[in-house]
Structures are given as structure tokens and as C-alpha cells.
Design a protein around this ligand. Structure first.
Ligand code: NAD
Ligand code: MG
Length: 385
């Protein structure tokens, strides 16, 4: 029996994780759950999975939650960052599912690693902002970091049984999102609804906008660089609009190994929860004869400047990826609120990067400091203060 602590259980990844837990009661129990604002769903999850500990964003929400749960059947209720850390380090959790969105996931994920927990990592922002610090602690603590992101799960699966020294390239696939063929001169005017209309995947709002700008793939290139210890120049991106090949590994002998499947996050989530075993997920098996074709394109950097910004941030290194990530979070939120246009997102990130002098980051606290600086700067540049 594996005991899970799920950070961000009311999100898209959190809900899919609990679906897998519900279909394998003999394998999993839930030690802790954390949520943001969606208390109704959270209450249903608490009643179904009976965690010992739960945490929400604020003390006010915690009081509200308390009132929504029957007395006598209430778990311990915590809140804020201390509550997230308590859930991430819960003594009765074997595996922490890091499924909070954004840099808010960094502190609890780092705490889980410090507490010696294995982590199923969906929160790519943890590795983008603090990859070198996180990976060195993962090694020192001897914990496992299992990728949940579908591309990284595909790479992880394609690496099984092979030697890391034989890898020549990692090739991440990208759907290209809703604007792959959209008229370039109309991109500045697209609506929030257009940008949230992802052709293949159903995900949280932030990552869906990141997919439309292709910043998501940029974040994933940096995530792959840390997870698999492969330098950025050897990580390529292929646009593959059908999202059937989830990513590939190229080896010295010219062979390329890919992982394929219908686009459903339950498959990579389950692999992270049960590695090296595989379990029934309910994901429909792939029948290639049902498909009209698989196509591939090189990314158009003019259309998707955010992807280039991520390669630039990775090559600048040090604090630059954390700055890029924070600027992106501020810009995406401003776009979602209708404060800026779609093409302003990448422009805002670039402007913030242009005024940042990269410096080394020796601790998570220093990462949080540069994150705060970049958020302020981006808000100022966008006139959001
Ligand atoms: P989501 O917005 O659907 O859910 C986020 C969860 O985090 C929710 O439970 C929310 O309440 C909680 N949360 C948000 N802000 C918080 C804060 N400040 N403090 C504490 N909790 C907070 O997001 P998602 O789509 O599930 O994505 C989660 C992570 O997984 C992201 O890092 C994303 O990039 C990654 N990911 C998602 C998918 C996907 O299919 N959704 C695929 C690959 C990777
Ligand atoms: Mg992905």
C-alpha cells in the first residue's frame, strides 16, 4: 500500500491522480490533500478519500472548510505555506504528488525532498526556477523524482534499459496549441477563450495559455535539462499537432525510441505513481489505423518567441530561468484578466529578462527573492501597479 500526499488535489492533475487512486484502492491510500479555492470539490475529495491532514490557502478558508465537514469526521486542517509544508512532509506519506501550479509549488516540493519523500513531479516550475538546487538535494537525499509531465514521462519511459551515456538528443514533442496556423497579423487580438481552447489536452488555465504561447514547451526544455542531466543544446522540440508521440530519445547508433498513446494525463500520472509497474488506467489503447496521419514540423520562432526566450534563459543560466518564469506567471495572469493582449505576454517576459543581470542562486530563499523581483518588474513594465 502506497500512501500519497497530493498537493493541488483540486486541479486538473490532482483530480486525475485521485481518479487513479479511486480505481486502485488496494494500492493507494491518501495521507494528505491540499487545495486553493475550490472548497466544494475539496470537501467531496475529503469525504471520499479520508485524508488525515488537509490544507487550504488561508486561515479564513480553513474555518470555512471546517464548517463544511461533519464534526467527528474532520481531518486536521492547516493553511498557508506552513500547511503546504506539513502536507509535503507528512510522516505517513510515501510519495508526494506535486501538482500545484506555478512557483507556489517550489517551497512544498523542496520540503518534501528534504523530508526524504519520493516525488511525482507535475509542477515543472520547481525545476525551472531552482533546478540545480533541487537536483543536488534529490541526489544527496537519495529520493526519486518521477516525472508526471507527459513529455518527460515519455522520455523517462524511452530511457528504460538504456545507458545515459548513449543518449545523443532528447526530442520533446509539442502540439503547437490553438494558434499553430492562426494568421500571424491577428494573433495580437485573440481572445482569452480562443487561447484557452487547446486542441488536444484539457488542463488548468495557466498551462493552457503557456501551451498557446509555447512557453510551456520552453519550461519543459528546462525541466528536461535538469531531470535528465542533458545540456540544452541537445534538447530539441518538434511540433507534432496530433499529440500521439509524447516525446523521444535519440541514441548514438541513430535509433530513436518514442512513447506513444492517446493524450490523457492519467497514463503518465499512473506511471509516476507505480513505476516500474504498470496498472490499468482506463486510458483507451492506441490504434494507429484509426489515425489519419502523424505529422511533424519545426517550431516557428517568429510565431512562438516564448520558446526562444526559454532557450536564452537556459543558456544565460543562474537566476534567469526563475526571472523568466515569474514574468510569465504575471503576464499570463494579466492576459487571463483581460489586462494585456496575447502577444504582450512574450514581449513582457523579454523586457523583464532584458533588465535582469543573471546571478547565482545559492538557496531556495534566494530563488524566492529573485522571483519577487521579477514579478514586481513585470507588473511595473505592464503598468499593472
Ligand atoms: P490547475 O490550475 O488545474 O490546479 C492547480 C492546483 O494548485 C489546484 O488545486 C489549486 O487550488 C492549487 N493552487 C493554485 N495556486 C496555489 C497556491 N498559490 N498555493 C497552493 N495551492 C495552489 O493546474 P494543473 O493544470 O493541474 O497543473 C498543475 C501543475 O502540473 C502545473 O505546474 C502544470 O504545469 C503541470 N502540468 C499539468 C498538466 C495538465 O494536464 N494539467 C500536464 C503537465 C504538467
Ligand atoms: Mg507537458
Amino acid at each position: 500500500m502506497k500512501s500519497l500526499s497530493i498537493l493541488g488535489s483540486t486541479g486538473s492533475i490532482g483530480v486525475s491522480t485521485l481518479d487513479i487512486v479511486a480505481s486502485h484502492p488496494e494500492r493507494f491510500r491518501v495521507a494528505a490533500l491540499t487545495a486553493g479555492n475550490n472548497l466544494e470539490l475539496f470537501v467531496r475529495q475529503i469525504k471520499t478519500f479520508s485524508p488525515r491532514l488537509v490544507s487550504v490557502l488561508t486561515e479564513e478558508r480553513a474555518r470555512q472548510l471546517e464548517g463544511m465537514l461533519p464534526a467527528g469526521a474532520r481531518p486536521e486542517i492547516a493553511w498557508g505555506v506552513p500547511g503546504l509544508i506539513a502536507a509535503a512532509t507528512a510522516a505517513d506519506a510515501d510519495l508526494v504528488v506535486a501538482a500545484i501550479v506555478g512557483a507556489a509549488g517550489l517551497v512544498p516540493t523542496a520540503a518534501a525532498i528534504e523530508a526524504g519523500k519520493d516525488v511525482a513531479l507535475a509542477n515543472k516550475e520547481t525545476l525551472v526556477t531552482a533546478g540545480h538546487l533541487i537536483m543536488s538535494r534529490v541526489r544527496e537525499k537519495g529520493v526519486n523524482l518521477f516525472p508526471v509531465d507527459s513529455e518527460h514521462s515519455a522520455v523517462f519511459q524511452s530511457l528504460q534499459g538504456h545507458r545515459a551515456s548513449d543518449v545523443t538528443r532528447i526530442i520533446l514533442t509539442a502540439s503547437g496549441g490553438p494558434f499553430l496556423h492562426y494568421p500571424l497579423d491577428k494573433l495580437a487580438q485573440v481572445s482569452v477563450a480562443d487561447a484557452l481552447n487547446h486542441p488536444n489536452w484539457s488542463m488548468g488555465q495557466k498551462i493552457t495559455i503557456d501551451s498557446a504561447t509555447m512557453m510551456n514547451k520552453g519550461l519543459e526544455v528546462i525541466e528536461a535539462r535538469w531531470l535528465f542531466d542533458v545540456p540544452g543544446e541537445r534538447i530539441a522540440v518538434n511540433i507534432h499537432p496530433q499529440s500521439i508521440i509524447h516525446s523521444m530519445v535519440e541514441y548514438t547508433d541513430g535509433c530513436v525510441i518514442a512513447q506513444l498513446g492517446v493524450p490523457d494525463m492519467k497514463a503518465p500520472i499512473a506511471y509516476a505513481l507505480t513505476y516500474p509497474e504498470r496498472v490499468v488506467t482506463g486510458v483507451k489503447p492506441l490504434d494507429l489505423t484509426d489515425l489519419s496521419g502523424l505529422t511533424f514540423l519545426k517550431p516557428d520562432h517568429f510565431r512562438f518567441p516564448a520558446l526562444q526566450l526559454a532557450y536564452r534563459a537556459m543558456s544565460d543560466g543562474e537566476s534567469m530561468p526563475a526571472v523568466m518564469n515569474a514574468a510569465n506567471e504575471v503576464a499570463v495572469e494579466a492576459f487571463l484578466k483581460g489586462r494585456i493582449g496575447f502577444t504582450d505576454i512574450s514581449r513582457a517576459i523579454e523586457k523583464t529578462m532584458d533588465v535582469h543581470q543573471p546571478h547565482s542562486l545559492g538557496s531556495i530563499e534566494e530563488v524566492l527573492m529573485v522571483d519577487r523581483w521579477a514579478r514586481e518588474k513585470t507588473r511595473e513594465m505592464l503598468g499593472l501597479k
